[in-house]
Design a protein around this ligand. Structure first.
Ligand code: ATP
Ligand code: ZN
Ligand code: ZN
Length: 892
């Protein structure tokens, strides 16, 4: 295809995951039309308008001599000190509910001669204060130019000012403005003006003249019409400019984005000294160069913002390092300090407990919570009942030691943590079940990959839930905010989280409840985060992710209710409810846990708990070392060990290349450790024969059962062998075996091909290999057949999930099958055991103890096994008859 001139150009006004909205200029000769049966191509062009405007402003600044902004420029570049007006009369406030700090900020700003800064921490009514300042300035007869870096921030101000009588005018492309704002736009104002009719008439004349030129008989006639058109166009331009100038002059407040205030736009129509005051909101989020576009237009500026929140995003590290990321506001505060700043100190958003952390970390302890919000909790919202979750402002869900590691992605920018996705889901479920509306909840994560994974997992269930990156949520608020910090690694790498301002923004979005999901061990390598964790431990509720693990790990099949949960009903333990918290003794009695809490952190914080772990580790270590040196072949630990201690022993045993297993049930359970015979290949774990692994799927149609699980020595290993290559080898073998199976299946008469999926249209042609009752092939063969059949399928490997995995699927290295993003987490689809084993291998390889990735003992008692075996048989025969009847249908 050939690229000609564009039919039209336009600007993008909205982008969603499904659609892109573009506002087009009038197209050339009406070539661009939706009526036409043709397709169009959109080309994204680099827009250098902004860049050129910034550059132009800086050049103007450099050459600036003697204009109205001279005095201000001197102050902003420190060649003269800021001054204030001597006499000021008391103000009569438009908004009489302003608090003291807001009133002081208003008075101070008006009294300053060149420069005032309003520092507005989260929820302190910065916009409210600016609106009052603007109204006061207008009342004094001043002309105000009001700007902000983003359209949304400007619109916010327009909306708030529109409630008063001031004449406001919004510059900017109408397509970029919110609908209620559009009537304040320059175009709308012009359309309503007296000259609108005249302008329309001239346009009509021009069109007519054009039509005449086409019909013109000779050259003379044509050139006559052409010069008429030229004259008309000149008149049109003059008329339009006159109307624009009138509208601009009449307005008391002109609002635009920083770059929208450029002199290449309508503002060039105004005299140089038209404005008396420039107000820049969200100034800490603007690059300084963009501020200079409006700043050059007045002798005084008032800057508002919060430099303790995120600065503008600077893509170039070099530019950032050379100072581009330092905002004008911060630069001025660094130099002039308190004498040019007024801070707003009463906040109207957060529960006191949420605010207090931010206040002492970021705002020198100066914030107070307005009584209307100081104690508000989720339970106070209409329709919300009192539960453990809705009565606490602060919750920390600690994944330390739970093996919920971040995904290992090469890209430093994109990190994900599937375990935290699950935990977020469970907490949301608890909140929603208590009556909190999904639209009042936000899930916020610092990494885009995690945001995507959270969306994938939660969006369809809670369409109104908002899931955003921290940076994308700045300036917003929600009743409940769930933060997923993502990072969980042994190196204590925190990446993005190391930006204190990002954490400040994240936490201060919450009004009544903030839940942090994080690995306290990983993030505690960073002082600021460690203090955050300590604050939450001291003032909030701490839960360990272990307390949610019943729901996290579906292969805990000793609970009959598992199957019910899958089908959507809610068994008692699906939601971690009362009794999860160790200290809630009464509640614990009401709903006794099936499994003791393996790891109960003291509320005194992670410090104490890790010390305990360390002590216990040392004790077990010396016991094991003594055993290694002894001639004994087996060592039994007493059943009195807590499950956390048992976990430690498992880990240590692994670290020292010992075989280990659990025996006994419940309170009687104890650990046995055995020495490995030299040269013996790692033995399969006795506790996990193959039948037990794919149990989750036994309750589903077996046609959708998982691949047979290799029981090789995956969960065992001494640190000496190269476990990774062993593992890879095994994966290879498994793959070859599958391919072999698949080939066999393709041979005519092999049967079963693709037939196990109900919706699959390519029905089996041959004779089913599986027959009822006694004729049944061996279990292993069936498993293999089923797995091969499923492998050929393009849908997610999780039972009942019909999501396509052709583009978005993820391969599980443990079972070698593809899953959609909701089910690719090993724990979710039944590979949890293997994933943990894998994690443990890494622990022993790297020699670092990482408590918690130890496995739960899933061995079933013989009765249950028999029961499950019966169920498997039943399902298989169902499957067989199903296939038979389908085949019949087809033959009809
Ligand atoms: N003096 C006050 N009395 C009662 N409520 C107030 C007062 N000042 C602000 N608020 C309330 O606090 C909330 C935040 O106000 P506003 O939108 O002005 O804050 P902001 O500081 O601009 O917000 P952000 O923190 O997002 O920048 C609003 O709901 C507003 O009604
Ligand atoms: Zn898997
Ligand atoms: Zn799926």
């Amino acid at each position: 295809m050939e690229l000609g001139d564009p039919l039209s150009t336009g600007i993008v006004t909205r982008v969603t995951s499904k659609a892109i909205t573009v506002a087009f200029e009038e197209s050339r000769d009406g070539m661009l039309s939706l009526d036409r049966e043709s397709s169009y191509r959109l080309l994204k062009l680099a827009n250098d308008v902004t860049y050129n405007r910034l550059k132009k402003a800086l050049n103007t600044l450099k050459q600036y001599r003697g204009g109205p902004a001279s005095g201000l420029i001197d102050v902003l570049f420190f060649s003269s000190d800021p001054t204030s007006f001597s006499e000021t009369k008391p103000l009569k406030f438009y908004n009489d509910s302003l608090d003291t700090s807001q009133r002081e900020a208003v008075s101070f700003s008006l009294a300053q001669r060149e420069l005032a800064i309003i520092h507005g921490p989260p929820g302190t009514g910065k916009t409210t204060t600016i609106v009052e300042i603007i109204l006061q300035a207008v009342q004094q007869g001043l002309k105000v130019l009001c700007c902000a870096p983003s359209n949304i921030a400007v619109d916010n101000l327009v909306e708030r000012l529109a409630g008063y009588k001031a004449h406001i005018l919004r510059l900017g492309h109408p397509a970029r403005l919110l609908e209620p704002i559009q009537r304040h736009s320059l175009d709308a104002v012009l359309a309503r003006s007296d000259s609108a009719q005249i302008v329309a008439d001239i346009r009509k004349d021009i069109d007519q003249a054009f039509a005449k030129t086409k019909k013109a008989q000779d050259k003379g006639e044509r050139s006559h019409f052409l010069s008429e058109i030229k004259a008309l166009k000149k008149e049109l331009k003059q008329r339009e400019e006159t109307a624009m100038t009138a509208a601009l002059t009449r307005a008391s407040v002109v609002l635009a984005t920083n770059t929208g205030a450029s002199s290449d736009g309508p503002l060039k129509l105004l005299p140089e000294d038209h404005f008396d005051l420039v107000v820049i909101d969200e100034c800490a989020q603007a690059v300084e160069a963009s501020c200079w576009i409006p700043l050059l237009k007045a002798p005084k500026c008032i800057l508002a913002g919060d430099h303790k929140q995120l600065p503008p995003t600077i893509i170039s590290h070099k530019a950032a390092a050379s100072g581009l990321s330092l905002s004008l506001m911060e630069r001025l505060i660094e130099r002039y300090g308190e004498k040019i700043v007024k801070m707003l100190t009463v906040q109207y958003r957060m529960h006191e407990a949420i605010m207090q952390w931010a206040s002492s970390e970021m705002y020198s302890g100066r914030l107070t919570a307005h009584p209307s919000v100081a104690q508000h909790l989720l339970k106070d919202l209409p329709g919300v009942t009192s539960t453990e979750e809705t009565t606490i402002p602060l919750l920390l869900i600690d994944t330390a030691g739970c093996g919920l590691l971040e995904l290992e992605v090469e890209d430093e920018q994109s990190k994900g943590n599937p375990g935290e996705v699950q935990l977020a889901g469970l907490h949301i479920q608890a909140l929603v079940e208590a009556g909190v509306k999904a639209r009042d909840i936000a899930v916020v994560a610092p990494y885009n990959l995690q945001v995507d994974m959270l969306r994938e997992h939660l969006c369809h269930r809670y369409p109104e839930l908002e899931i955003k990156s921290v940076d994308g949520f700045q300036g917003r608020e929600k009743e409940a905010v769930i933060l997923s910090f993502v990072r969980s690694n042994r190196k204590g790498e925190v990446g993005f989280l190391a930006e204190d301002r990002r954490i400040n923004v994240a936490v201060t979005r919450a009004r009544r409840h903030v839940a942090i999901i994080c690995d306290t061990r990983t993030v505690s390598s960073h002082g600021f985060l460690q203090r955050l964790v300590a604050y939450f431990s001291q003032h909030g509720e701490v839960r360990t992710a272990f307390e949610y693990l019943d729901s996290l790990v579906p292969e805990n099949y000793s609970h009959e209710s598992q199957g019910e949960r899958r089908q959507g009903t809610k068994p008692p333990e699906a939601r971690p409810a009362a009794g999860r918290k160790p200290k809630a003794a009464a509640a614990a009695k009401a709903a006794p846990r099936k499994r003791e809490t393996p790891f109960s952190p003291s509320t005194s914080g992670p410090g104490g708990e890790s010390q305990r772990t360390k002590d216990a580790t040392n004790t077990f270590k010396s016991t094991l070392l003594a055993f290694l040196e002894s001639s004994e072949a087996q060592l039994d630990f007493p059943p009195s060990l807590s499950s956390h201690d048992r976990m430690l022993v498992h880990l240590l045993a692994e670290e020292h290349g010992l075989q280990h297993g659990s025996s006994g049930e419940g309170k009687e359970r104890y650990i046995t450790v055995r020495k490995k015979e030299p040269g013996q290949p790692p033995a399969p774990s006795a506790a996990t024969p193959s039948l037990q692994r794919p149990l989750p799927q036994l309750q589903e149609p077996p046609g959708e059962a998982p691949a047979p699980v290799e029981t090789g020595g995956s969960s065992e290993g001494s640190g000496k062998v190269d476990l990774k290559s062993l593992h890879l080898e095994r994966v290879q073998r498994e793959k070859a075996r599958r391919e072999e199976m698949a080939r066999k299946l393709q041979e005519p008469g092999a049967g079963l091909q693709g037939g196990s999926k109900k919706k699959d249209k390519s029905e089996a042609k041959g004779k089913p290999a599986v027959k009822t009752g006694a004729e049944r092939a061996t279990e292993e063969d069936i498993d293999a057949l089923i797995s091969a059949a499923i492998k050929a399928d393009n849908t997610c490997g999780f039972p009942r999930c019909k999501a396509s995995v052709t583009t978005l699927g993820q391969l599980c290295l443990h079972c070698n099958r593809r899953y959609c993003l909701s089910h690719h987490v090993p724990e979710v689809h039944g590979c949890g055991e293997k994933a943990k084993a894998h994690a443990r291998q890494r622990i022993s390889r790297e020699g670092v103890l990482y408590p918690g990735s130890g496995s739960k003992d899933k061995s079933l008692d013989p009765t249950k096994r028999a029961h499950l075996q019966r169920r498997l048989d039943k399902k298989l025969s169902e499957l067989t008859s199903q296939r038979k009847s389908k085949k019949k249908d087809k033959e009809k």
